[in-house]
Design a protein around this ligand. Structure first.
Ligand code: SF4
Length: 231
């Protein structure tokens, strides 16, 4: 049997999954490339839709799409965006009936965590927050050597503890967990152990003000080194 082409949507020249046709017209699916998952994984495309038939999932997906819709406004000049993600976070939480929010934040974003907490509380939400260093477990506990500590070999350095962050928010029975600036890998562990619905308000990027896409936006200038092929 011929080997299936791996999905490669990022390189798609046609994007017929979002066709420019009227609602009652048939999209030109025959124009999809060989690597299109709609062609090669049609069974999965079909199967996942049964998940959306579950009433809770369908309602959640509907609210998410409504949230997406409400982030645009029609003006005489045309359609434009209007809300930053922090407003969206509150609007979507209200849509879902979430009142108790859990904030898992990075020690490097103390100020942002405090500001966000104040904003959420000023808008009627209860906030449970947990810092990544909670537990005060020294990094040696997970095998970090003295010379691998950021603050120097002689100093105490608490490990980031995303599993504790997740379990504290699980135990507090928050309605919705929010990740704020957790490091790569620590975020992966938080996602693995978090058992309540969760979203991300920001990811860690130490050199771009937590905006990793800045390196892509400047890839033809300041970050051109990212275009170098390795391996
Ligand atoms: S789903 Fe198919 S048509 Fe859409 S971007 Fe991917 S490859 Fe292109």
């Amino acid at each position: 049997m011929a080997k299936l082409k791996k999905p490669d949507c990022a390189k798609c020249p046609v994007r017929v999954c979002e066709p420019s046709v009227k609602a009652d017209e048939k999209p030109p699916f025959d124009k999809a490339p060989d690597f299109c998952p709609m062609k090669n994984m049609a069974d999965i495309v079909q199967d996942v839709m049964t998940e959306y038939d579950r009433p809770d999932v369908k309602e959640f997906a509907r609210q998410a799409s409504l949230q997406e819709f409400e982030c645009y406004e029609q003006t005489p000049e045309g359609r434009r965006t209007k809300n930053p993600r922090i407003l969206e976070l509150m609007e979507f939480s209200r849509k879902c009936g979430y009142k108790k929010l859990g904030l898992a934040f990075c020690a490097g974003l103390n100020h942002e965590a405090k500001t966000l907490t104040e904003i959420l509380e000023n808008n009627g939400f209860e906030v449970v927050s947990i810092r990544c260093k909670a537990g005060a477990i020294p990094k040696e506990r997970i095998g970090i050597k003295p010379n691998q500590k950021i603050g120097g070999a002689a100093n105490w350095e608490s490990m980031c503890n995303p599993i504790l962050q997740a379990e504290v928010l699980n135990a507090a029975k928050v309605d919705y967990a929010i990740m704020l600036g957790l490091c790569i890998g620590h975020d992966t562990l938080f996602i693995k152990y978090c058992r309540v619905p969760m979203t991300v308000i920001a990811v860690k990027d130490r050199v771009t003000g937590h905006n990793p896409l800045a390196a892509l936006y400047t890839i033809n200038s300041y970050y051109s080194r990212l275009k170098t092929k390795h391996g």
